[in-house]
Write a protein that binds this ligand. Structure first.
Ligand code: PMP
Length: 354
């Protein structure tokens, strides 16, 4: 049976999100946190309640704690099975056209296209900042309902300028009353405050956060913070019981142990700076400044360097089909970073053509 004939036209040409597991001892490809709580602190807690009952459908306790942390009210918070699910819900609720910069996180496009919504990537400028001429022209031309701005941006690593993000929010408000979603998945690693404090000033601003980058990718917990009425609309499409009981209770515990998460973030930020210097000192490697937990870097022969690193047991992300010459490395533990530095030195100077 040829199922692709049955598949909707808009889905047929889609490629699934790439998250293959290539076995490697040192895994620096997925922007995960190298530290995990599982072998310490709250391992002794009993998270499993009554397994025969559905979890809290309104995720009340967690929303209360998150709201306190974000300095908003629980009515301003929606919790998702990862922020991916919240991106899905936003696009289902408001529809397209959807605009995002390019290059950026691929799920804005994949989800828009899978829902049959028009979506447009607007090239960033040469510093990987928002190109305001192009953004304004796109707002005029497409009248988007949603704009996704990922800051710090995956995979380039930089934050977009605050004033350019604000101009985009204002432009969209005056033109279409559309919504700007600032995806702050990597905000904890940046020196900037982020946009949560501005929610009270801009009704058409929404902010995404996640626990995935700070040590809890396995839980699948993401947060949408926005105006109460926006949350009410998006909540209409939320699947019942979208966050399982175990994730709800462990997520609560992460907020009670925030100082541990903060200490991991500080180590990763310091290691990122060290890694940048090391890469910058290597002949033929051109790293980009990053405010996230990863660094994008350019080399002349990315496919060869990528394969050589795998041979040396180090997995990074090959971005060269999206951005010419580019690879992306996630900041690991100091030991993992040392192993990566050693491997990339070898990979860059090897005459092995594979
Ligand atoms: N936004 C960005 C920018 C990301 O890089 C990622 C993860 N790769 C996500 C959202 C999704 O995160 P989550 O694990 O919360 O679904």
């Amino acid at each position: 049976m040829n199922f692709s004939k049955l598949t909707k036209q808009s889905i047929r040409s889609l490629r699934p999100y790439e998250a293959k597991k290539i076995p490697c001892g040192i895994k620096l490809d997925a922007n995960e946190c190298p530290y995990s709580i599982s072998d310490g602190v709250f391992a002794e807690k009993n998270f499993i309640g009554a397994l025969n009952r559905y979890p809290d459908p309104e995720i009340k306790e967690l929303r209360k704690v998150v709201a306190k942390n974000f300095r908003v009210s629980p009515d301003n918070i929606l919790v998702g099975n990862g922020s991916d699910e919240l991106i899905y819900y936003l696009i289902i609720t408001f529809g397209g056209p959807v605009i995002y910069p390019a290059p950026t996180f691929s799920m804005y496009e994949i989800i828009s296209r899978s829902l049959g919504e028009e979506c447009i990537g607007i090239p960033l400028d040469r510093n990987f900042d928002l190109d305001m001429k192009k953004m304004s022209a796109a707002v005029e031309k497409y009248r988007p309902r949603l704009i996704f701005l990922n800051s710090p941006n995956n995979p380039t690593g930089n934050c977009f300028s605050d004033d350019r993000i604000l101009k985009t929010i204002e432009a969209l408000d005056s033109r279409t009353k559309g919504i700007v979603v600032v995806d702050e998945a990597y905000q904890p690693f940046s020196g900037k405050k982020g946009f949560l404090p501005l929610l009270k000033d801009y009704k058409n601003l929404a902010v995404l956060r996640t626990l995935s980058k700070v040590g809890f990718a396995a839980l699948r917990v993401g947060f949408l913070a926005a105006d109460k009425e926006l949350i009410t609309e998006v909540n209409k499409v939320r699947l019942p019981f979208n966050l399982n009981a175990l994730s709800q209770s462990i997520a609560l515990e992460t907020f009670r142990n925030k100082e541990i998460l903060d200490s991991w973030v500080s180590i990763i930020r310091a290691e990122r700076e060290r890694l940048f210097k090391e890469l910058n000192n290597l002949n033929g490697v051109r790293p980009c400044h990053s405010e996230a937990n990863f660094i994008m870097f350019k080399v002349d022969t990315p496919d060869i360097v990528f394969q050589r690193l795998i041979k040396l047991d180090v997995l990074v992300r090959n971005l060269s089909s999206m951005i010419k010459g580019s690879l992306r490395v996630t900041v690991g533990t100091p030991e993992e970073n040392n192993a990566f530095i050693k491997a990339i030195r070898t990979a860059m100077h090897s005459s092995d053509t594979l």
